[in-house]
Design a protein around this ligand. Structure first.
Ligand code: BDR
Ligand code: CA
Length: 317
């Protein structure tokens, strides 16, 4: 049994990632913690509950986490995922927030990892505020994790939120710094450019959404909004030639679920720029080993896209 604890800012691609994990036999999600990011933390909690309802997994505990970064103001993704984070698709039967656990996200993350030492993979697909707070409260947390899987950061100087910062890191640079510098367990990073270069054809996406299931109909509804904005238009034309569908957060969760999916990765020390006029929130990859850090992260370079497609397909079956 693979045990996951997932930290999200749900987000259409967070939804895709959660649904992917829920569909894999032998994977157990022990808890989902919510944090500010694509929308308010309250909306994130609501969105996670909606997903769990569609997937018939409302037994999985949902925890409310930080509503702001460690320093400064909430960054937010504007209208990219819709105001509610899930494409503003109406859902009159959405479960109520009374289903959110009384225990807070950070305390639950620490408790659940400590109850399952060496067994939990922590997957973080959001600003790293909850994860950073958890390691500050329990510095032994990294030693007790099987691995930490992050969607975030960028490996060159081009950001997707600030000039040089990818959203999850730029939305809480201090938290990203703490996490990259204090988690000495195996750390896997699906950075922004990697997800862009691992895009899937839109024809795949059409077939994916055309499945005759409630999950596919739900995904189609919530995905309409960001599909229009999308990764397809501005970013694709400028950054990666050709059209394609990118589900950023799903790469991090796929790596946690399936040990065979990473075909190539780069082992490097990483940190985050906290100062500077233009680069705050940018991930810095120490190619020259100047930081002399013994701990290196695995920066994803290539994944088995056929297996990734299969995992995505199964998510909506
Ligand atoms: C990240 O930012 C969010 O909008 C997505 O959910 C993803 O986690 C991509 O930069
Ligand atoms: Ca996310």
């Amino acid at each position: 049994m693979k045990k996951l604890f997932v930290d999200v800012d749900c987000g259409v691609d967070d939804a895709q990632a959660i649904m992917m994990a829920l569909a894999v036999p032998g994977v157990q999600i022990l808890g989902i913690s919510c944090v500010h990011g694509n929308t308010s933390v309250e909306n994130v909690c609501k969105n996670v509950l909606r997903i769990l309802k569609v997937c018939k997994h409302l037994e999985i505990p949902v925890f409310r986490g930080a509503n702001k970064p460690l320093l400064g103001q909430v960054v937010g993704t504007g209208d990219f995922h819709g105001k509610d984070g899930l494409g503003d698709a109406p859902d009159p039967e959405a479960p109520g927030l009374d289903l959110v656990q009384k225990e807070g996200a950070v305390s639950a993350m620490i408790r659940i990892v400590n109850e399952n030492p060496g067994e939990v993979s922590l997957v973080a697909t959001a600003p790293l505020t909850n994860v950073a707070l958890a390691v500050k409260l329990d510095p032994s947390l990294p030693q007790k994790l099987k691995g930490l899987y992050i969607m975030g950061g960028n490996t060159d100087s081009r950001g997707n939120t600030t000039m040089c910062g990818e959203f999850n890191f730029a939305a809480d640079p201090e938290a990203a710094y703490i996490v990259l510098n204090e988690f000495t367990c195996p750390v896997y990073i699906a950075a922004w450019e990697f997800t862009c270069h691992s895009k899937l054809p839109w024809e795949f996406c059409d077939g994916w959404l055309a499945q005759d299931t409630d999950k596919a109909r739900f995904m189609k509804q919530i995905f309409q909004h960001s599909m229009k904005n999308s990764y397809s238009e501005r970013i694709e034309k400028e950054l990666v030639a050709g059209q394609g569908f990118i589900s950023c957060d799903s790469y991090a969760i796929a790596a946690a679920i399936d040990d065979t999916i990473i075909l190539e990765s780069l082992e490097r020390a990483v940190t985050v720029e906290l100062a500077g006029n233009c680069c705050r929130g940018m991930m810095v990859v120490d190619h020259l080993d100047l930081l002399q850090k013994t701990h290196k992260a695995h920066i994803l370079k290539k994944v088995d896209l056929e297996r990734f497609k299969e995992l995505l397909m199964n998510a909506l079956k």
